[in-house]
Design a protein. Structure first.
Length: 580
C-alpha cells in the first residue's frame, strides 16, 4: 500500500490478495475484449473525464492489471487501491472511499457473462471506477458520498438483505449454478428486500450512489454522456442505455432515492445530471437530513433501530460508542436517557478516554441527557457553578434533571475537555426516574456522560482503532478461487499462444503458427468466438492471410446467428472493420 494511503486498522481484515497467477489466458482475453470495446465504443459516448482518465491511469488493454500497479497510478492523484473479496459491507466500502482508497474485487467475469455481471469484478473496478477518478471534481464527489455513506445508519433487515444480495451475485456468476439455485437465491434476495420497511439512511445513500457513481449520465438529457462505472464497464449496457428502451430522467436526489436498484438486469431508467458540481450539492443536501448532522432524539432512534455499534455525540464533546438498546423519553417524546448493551467506550475528539474502553464498560452504559432543573446546562458549568450545585469531588451530590431523572451519590471524579464538563463519576450512586431504578449503588461506579443534547449519531466507533480489533470483524467472503490448475487446457494454450504471438510481432514471421492455431480451433472448438475474433484481427492486418481472414469471417458470421452472441461478435467486428 502506498505510504500516502494507509488502510485504517479496523478495515484491514477486509483486505485480500490478488493471486495474479490464477488468471487464465481466457480471463485475459475477456479483459482485452472489454477494454478494446471501451476504448473504441465509448470514445464519443463517455464523459471526457473517463476518456482522458483511461490514458492517465496507465491501465493497459492487453492483460488484466496488477492492483499494485493500479495503486501506483492512483497515488498520482493522492488515492490508493486495495484488494477485497467481492461485495463488502456498505459501511466498509464507503469508509474506504472516504479515505481515498478504491476497493477492487479481483475476480473477473466469466466469458458467458462478458456483457454484464451483477458480481463485482476487476473489469468493473479497474475499467469502470478508476479512470474517471482522475477528474478532480468527480473524485471529490466520490470521496464526499463515501464520507456520507460511512455515517449512514442501516437496519438489521437491511443487513440481511445485503447478505442475500451478496449470495445472489455469487450464485449468478458461478457457471456451475443450476437454474434452481439461481431462482432460490433470487427469491431469497427479493424476500429480504421486501422485509425492509421504510428507507434507512444507508439505503438512501446506496440508491444515490447507484444512480450516480454506478449508473449516472451527464449533460443534456437528450444527448447525455456516460460517467457511471456500471455503464462504462458493461459492453452491453453502455450501448443499451442510449436506446429508447431506457428512460432518461433529470437528476434530483429525491428521484434517485425513490428509485430501487435493479441488480440482476439492465436498467430501465437512468438519471442525467448537469455537472459534477450538481452531484456534490445533491449529496450535501442528503447529508443535511441524516442523523450525523441532525442529532437529537431522531438520531438516537436511528441508532436504536440499527441494532449495531453506533456512536452518540453529546454537545459537550463526549462520545458514547456501543449498541443502543433502549431509550427513555419524556411526555413530549424527547429522549432523556440512553442505554447501551455490551461493550461500550467513551471518547473525545475521536480519541478514547483513558480507562473508559470497552473492557471497562463491558456490560453496557447508561446516562441521562438534558438540562438540570432551573434550565442549567451542566456541561457549561465552571468550578464555582459546580460547587453551587454541590458537585464537588469527595462530597455527596444530588442532581435532578428537568426530566425528573435523579442522580444521587458521592462525586468520585470530574472530567473536562476544553471548557466543557464531559464526565462526572459517582460512587455509591443511585439513578431513578419516576418509579424506575436505572442504576443501583451495588453495581459499582456510575460514570455519567454530560451533555444537554445529542448533536450527532452515526454507525461505528468514534475511535475505531481503539474500539475494534481484528477478531471483532469476521469477514464473510465468497468461496475462494480454486488454485491455478497445474496445466492449462488445450483451449487455454491456444489463447496463450495467440497472445504471445501478438506481443511478439511482426506478423509476417508468425503466419504459419496462426494458421495452425486456426486449424486446431476448427477441429476441436467450433463454438469459440473470442479467439476467432483475435485471429481475425491479426489476419486482417496481413495480406498474406487473406484466405484465413475470409474463413474466420464466415465462421464468425455463422456463430453470430446465436442470439446471445449477435451483439458480442458484431461489436468485435466493428473494431476490426471500423466504418463498415
Amino acid at each position: 500500500m502506498n505510504e500516502m494511503k494507509r488502510i485504517p486498522t479496523h478495515l484491514q481484515p477486509y483486505e485480500a490478495e490478488q493471486h495474479y497467477d490464477r488468471y487464465t489466458p481466457i480471463d485475459h482475453a475477456v479483459w482485452r475484449y472489454v477494454m478494446r470495446q471501451n476504448h473504441h465504443a465509448l470514445h464519443d459516448k463517455a464523459h471526457t473525464a473517463f476518456v482522458d482518465g483511461l490514458l492517465q491511469s496507465g491501465i493497459g488493454t492487453e492483460k488484466i492489471p496488477r492492483v499494485s500497479e493500479m495503486n501506483d497510478c492512483l497515488a498520482k492523484i493522492g488515492w490508493g487501491a486495495i484488494i477485497v473479496n467481492g461485495l463488502v459491507p456498505g459501511s466498509v466500502f464507503y469508509e474506504l472511499l472516504a479515505n481515498g482508497i478504491l476497493p477492487i474485487a479481483t475476480e473477473i467475469r466469466k466469458l458467458t457473462n462478458i456483457e454484464y455481471t451483477p458480481a463485482p469484478d476487476i473489469i468493473h473496478e479497474a475499467a469502470g471506477h478508476a479512470p474517471i477518478l482522475f477528474d478532480p471534481a468527480y473524485r471529490a464527489y466520490v470521496q464526499a458520498i463515501g464520507a456520507v455513506g460511512a455515517k449512514a445508519f442501516s437496519m438489521k433487515e437491511r443487513r440481511e438483505a445485503f447478505e442475500a444480495l451478496r449470495q445472489l451475485t455469487i450464485v449468478m456468476e458461478n457457471p456451475q449454478s443450476t437454474l434452481e439455485e439461481k431462482a432460490a437465491a433470487q427469491k431469497l434476495a427479493e424476500e429480504k428486500q421486501k422485509a425492509i420497511v421504510g428507507l434507512s439512511e444507508a439505503e438512501k445513500v446506496s440508491r444515490l450512489f447507484w444512480a450516480t457513481v454506478e449508473y449516472g449520465l451527464i449533460g443534456d438529457v437528450n444527448d447525455p454522456k456516460i460517467y457511471g462505472a456500471g455503464l462504462l464497464s458493461s459492453v452491453g449496457e453502455s450501448k443499451h442505455c442510449f436506446t429508447d428502451a431506457v428512460e432518461k430522467i433529470p437528476y434530483s436526489v429525491e428521484a434517485c432515492v425513490a428509485s430501487p436498484k435493479p441488480v440482476t438486469e439492465m436498467q430501465s431508467q437512468l438519471f442525467v445530471c448537469q455537472s459534477f458540481k450538481q452531484l456534490m450539492e445533491g449529496v450535501e443536501s442528503l447529508a443535511s437530513t441524516m442523523a450525523f448532522r441532525v442529532g437529537g432524539t431522531e438520531s438516537l432512534e436511528k441508532a436504536l433501530r440499527s441494532r449495531n455499534v453506533a456512536t452518540c455525540e453529546f454537545n459537550s464533546g463526549i462520545c458514547v460508542t456501543g449498541i443502543v438498546d433502549s431509550l427513555r423519553k419524556d411526555e413530549n417524546g424527547e429522549a432523556i436517557y440512553v442505554h447501551t448493551a455490551g461493550e461500550t467506550a467513551l471518547s473525545v475528539n475521536h480519541h478514547q478516554l483513558p480507562g473508559h474502553g470497552k473492557d471497562y464498560h463491558a456490560k453496557g452504559f447508561g446516562t441521562p441527557l438534558g438540562l438540570l432543573q432551573g434550565q442549567i446546562a451542566l456541561e457549561h458549568c465552571d468550578d464555582q457553578a459546580l460547587a453551587d450545585l454541590g458537585v464537588v469531588e469527595g462530597q455527596f451530590a444530588e442532581i435532578i434533571f428537568e426530566s425528573g431523572i435523579q442522580v444521587s451519590g458521592r462525586v468520585a471524579g470530574i472530567m473536562r475537555s476544553a471548557a466543557c464538563v464531559i464526565l462526572v463519576s459517582f460512587e455509591e450512586c443511585t439513578v431513578t426516574w419516576k418509579d424506575e431504578v436505572l442504576f443501583k449503588k451495588e453495581w459499582g461506579t456510575y460514570d455519567m456522560a454530560v451533555g444537554s443534547r445529542i448533536v450527532s449519531a452515526y454507525p461505528g466507533a468514534a475511535d475505531p482503532a481503539s474500539y475494534y480489533d481484528a477478531p471483532v470483524l469476521k469477514v464473510e467472503v465468497a468461496e475462494p478461487i480454486a488454485d491455478a490448475p497445474a496445466s492449462l487446457t488445450d483451449l487455454e494454450v491456444l489463447y496463450q499462444h495467440v497472445a504471445a504471438l501478438r506481443e511478439r510481432g511482426p506478423l509476417a514471421e508468425n503466419v504459419q503458427e496462426l494458421r495452425e492455431i486456426h486449424e486446431a480451433l476448427g477441429r476441436s472448438y467450433p463454438n469459440d468466438w473470442p479467439l476467432r475474433l483475435e485471429l481475425l484481427e491479426l489476419a486482417a492486418a496481413n495480406p498474406a492471410m487473406r484466405e484465413m481472414e475470409v474463413s474466420l469471417g464466415e465462421e464468425l458470421q455463422a456463430l453470430s446467428k446465436v442470439a446471445s452472441l449477435t451483439n458480442l461478435i458484431g461489436n468485435g467486428l466493428s473494431i476490426i472493420y471500423p466504418g463498415e
